[in-house]
Design a protein. Structure first.
Length: 707
């Protein structure tokens, strides 16, 4: 993407396929729009105006691989990025206020972007040469798409504006399309090839045309103007020095200059002063000796005055041989920047006595350069550099949730991030988001609609779910997750490091006294208790299990009383206990037992469980296995539904009404409807923004749950 927007992507398709496609139909003369009808596109429905096409909810997701290319819209306020896995993302803003959205343009080899009044249009060409147009709303939600016929192959797609797209075909024809995929015009110039296209305004583009004959080469810049459904060629301006191929073209914001990359050999050939010739097609071009050059020769910048065609390259800039230079762009009307594939960059004014500088702009792939802005890939993030040289990093600060909990009605979700923030918001994404700061929080549970309890290594913290305010605290022994909660008994329980369990109860006044049970247990589960003599908690040391009554948890438990509790051998190697007292055991086979001491259980198959939870009031058991498959089982063992998550679960929880469940994974949180298994929400990247320092980049471990 030269400058703000250009025909090429990565090394690309700067209509570089000089030799791709051999279809040569009769070409229309300059200015003609013959053939403006033609094959009808396969359309998802054109965007006929605001509200005409409802948009799907945007799929907000980070890149799953390192970003390889970036392109900016005309105003340099939005961007497209393409990663090494083929994923494409739309960044609706570059100020950190909106997360990138997935664009279904997998494997794109050319991309461009244009704003509409209330959204965006994205153009892409896939690896087969098939062009596509995608219409999205302001958040990145897909409104519709169009597949443009792919014969002959598309080799470049450039947006002049939302409703004017230039498609360059392998046969060197240029077609004009609107956002709905209707072909409005077609034109071509006989005897020359399209070497590069650069959008200049909503109604015109600058095109580099080239011609080779034996050992000679020629090139010129020419304007192509759009007027309604007509394409009109301007007067070609011969270039004083032949450009290197693929051509890297940049235009100054005021339109007075263009710049491109050449090579030392081509500069030397131009110094010989060849005479002008008139090749086939009637274009007067200058022919230069096309001397053999080594692979990837040093780049030499050429700046041309568009009005006169004169070479106005500053002497010091001309003297530079830029190793690996592949990207040019004007940061303002009087400053040109060049970037190389090895991460080096050069900046130069355009005055005759200008001295080039080498700004420190670390990047891992070629950037996009716009007015007052450079946007460069850096892993899965974008580095944004303003005209003053200030660098900011656009991306995700945290992607790995620590824990999550659903409100009793399943309509809100609380997520703990690694920085001790409890982020609380509606599952459907609407309404305000509340952030409660609880340093070192490792777990959290909704205890009612208005409150969440967070657990740290040594403390319970009661916070308001609607305002984030701290309402109470209680000291607990050094603890590790999970934090257990039973809404029926209003008890909380946790695990001491190496010593056993602790338990407390939530009262109207806050937390009841914390009871430490130095019982050597490594796991514990709270169960429903109807009275003080009913089972309230089941504990296990890995070999045996025992049951505490309600009174055991509400009063100090003596050592003698603790020893008197009956312990029974565990019949299975894995166990989970639901709030109703049902047991799940695994010993090569997964079985579900209706009570703690039941001899017979329901066979649930051989999948090894990773996390287990019951959905209260539904009779269903939720299981996520070690392969990242979530399943809901009926009481008779039948599978109600299954969902492939693709990542392992760190936690699994259901809302108190049993309607919804949340699965916490390494890559985010997935909220599902228990009745159907439908995914209601996906949460990834809890802290997206524009950062002064490089954020922790955990986006390159594979596709996130938001893919």
């Amino acid at each position: 993407m030269t400058g703000r927007r250009a025909l090429t992507i990565a090394a690309a398709v700067a209509v570089a396929g000089l030799g791709c496609g051999d279809r040569r139909p009769p070409l229309a003369p300059p200015g003609s729009t013959a053939g403006a009808t033609g094959p009808e596109p396969v359309d998802g429905g054109p965007d006929a105006g605001p509200g005409a096409e409802p948009a799907a909810a945007p799929r907000l997701a980070p890149h799953a691989g390192a970003i390889a290319a970036v392109v900016l819209d005309h105003d340099a306020t939005a961007a497209l990025s393409n990663d090494l896995r083929g994923g494409v993302r739309l960044w609706p803003t570059l100020d950190g206020t909106r997360e990138p959205a997935v664009v279904p343009a997998t494997g794109a080899v050319a991309l461009d972007l244009a704003r509409t009044g209330d959204g965006f249009v994205v153009g892409a060409i896939d690896a087969s040469g098939a062009p596509h147009l995608y219409r999205l709303d302001a958040r990145g939600g897909l409104r519709g798409s169009t597949d443009i016929p792919a014969v002959p192959q598309g080799v470049g797609l450039v947006a002049l504006g939302a409703d004017a797209w230039l498609l360059v075909r392998a046969d060197q024809s240029i077609e004009l399309y609107d956002r709905g995929g209707r072909r409005r015009a077609v034109t071509a110039r006989d005897g020359t090839r399209v070497a590069a296209v650069r959008a200049e305004a909503a109604d015109r583009a600058v095109i580099i045309i080239s011609q080779r004959s034996g050992t000679t080469a020629a090139a010129a810049a020419i304007t192509l103007t759009v007027a309604g459904d007509e394409l009109t060629w301007g007067t070609p301006v011969p270039l004083p020095i032949a450009p290197d191929a693929p051509v890297e073209l940049a235009l100054s914001p005021d339109g007075k200059r263009l710049a491109y990359l050449s090579t030392p050999a081509l500069v030397a050939a131009a110094a010989g002063g060849p005479a002008a010739v008139r090749p086939a097609g009637g274009l007067e071009l200058r022919l230069f000796e096309a001397a053999p050059v080594p692979q990837l020769p040093p780049g030499v910048v050429v700046v041309v005055d568009r009005a006169t065609g004169a070479d106005v390259t500053p002497a010091a800039l001309r003297a530079l041989q830029l190793n690996g230079a592949r990207r040019l762009g004007f940061t303002d009307a009087a400053t040109l920047m060049a970037c190389a594939t090895d991460g080096n960059a050069w900046s130069s004014g355009l005055a005759a006595d200008a001295t080039p500088t080498t700004p420190a702009l670390p990047f891992q792939a070629l950037p996009a350069i716009g007015p007052g802005l450079v946007v460069a890939p850096l892993g899965g993030q974008l580095q944004v550099v303003d005209g003053a040289g200030a660098q900011r990093h656009l991306g995700y600060q945290v992607l790995r949730p620590v824990d999550a909990s659903l409100a009793p009605a399943g309509d809100r979700l609380a997520v703990v991030d690694p920085r001790g923030r409890i982020v609380i918001g509606a599952v459907d994404g609407g309404g305000p988001t509340v952030v409660a700061q609880v340093d070192d929080a490792v777990a959290a549970v909704f205890v009612d609609d208005d409150a969440v309890v967070a657990m740290t290594d040594s403390e319970l913290v009661l916070v308001g779910a609607r305002d984030g305010a701290v309402r109470g605290r209680a000291t607990v022994p050094a603890s590790v997750p999970p934090l257990r909660w039973n809404p029926r008994t209003r008890r909380l329980a946790g695990h001491q490091r190496s010593k056993g369990q602790w338990a407390t109860r939530l009262t109207g006044a806050g937390f009841a006294p914390v009871r430490t049970l130095n019982d050597g247990a490594i796991a514990g589960w709270l169960v429903d208790a109807d009275d003080d003599d009913a089972p309230a908690m089941v504990a296990s040391d890995g070999a045996t299990r025992w049951v505490y009554r309600g009174r055991d948890l509400d009063t100090p438990l003596t050592r003698a009383a603790l020893k008197a509790i009956t312990r029974r051998p565990l019949p299975g190697s894995f166990r989970d206990v639901t709030s109703s007292g049902a047991e799940v055991r695994y010993d090569g086979e997964l079985r579900w037992y209706p009570t703690l001491d039941a001899a017979d259980g329901v066979d649930l198959g051989a999948a090894e469980p990773m996390r287990v939870a019951a959905a209260p009031g539904t009779g269903r058991l939720l299981v996520v296995d070690t392969d990242g498959v979530a399943q809901a089982f009926e009481a008779d063992g039948r599978v109600a539904w299954a969902l492939m998550l693709g990542v392992q679960a760190r936690a699994l929880t259901a809302s108190a009404d049993g309607r919804r469940a949340a699965v916490v994974t390494e890559a985010g949180v997935v909220v599902v409807e228990v009745a159907t298994g439908a995914v209601l929400a996906r949460r990834c990247g809890w802290d997206f923004g524009l950062w002064p320092d490089l954020p922790a980049d955990s986006t390159l471990d594979g596709p996130s749950v938001c893919e």
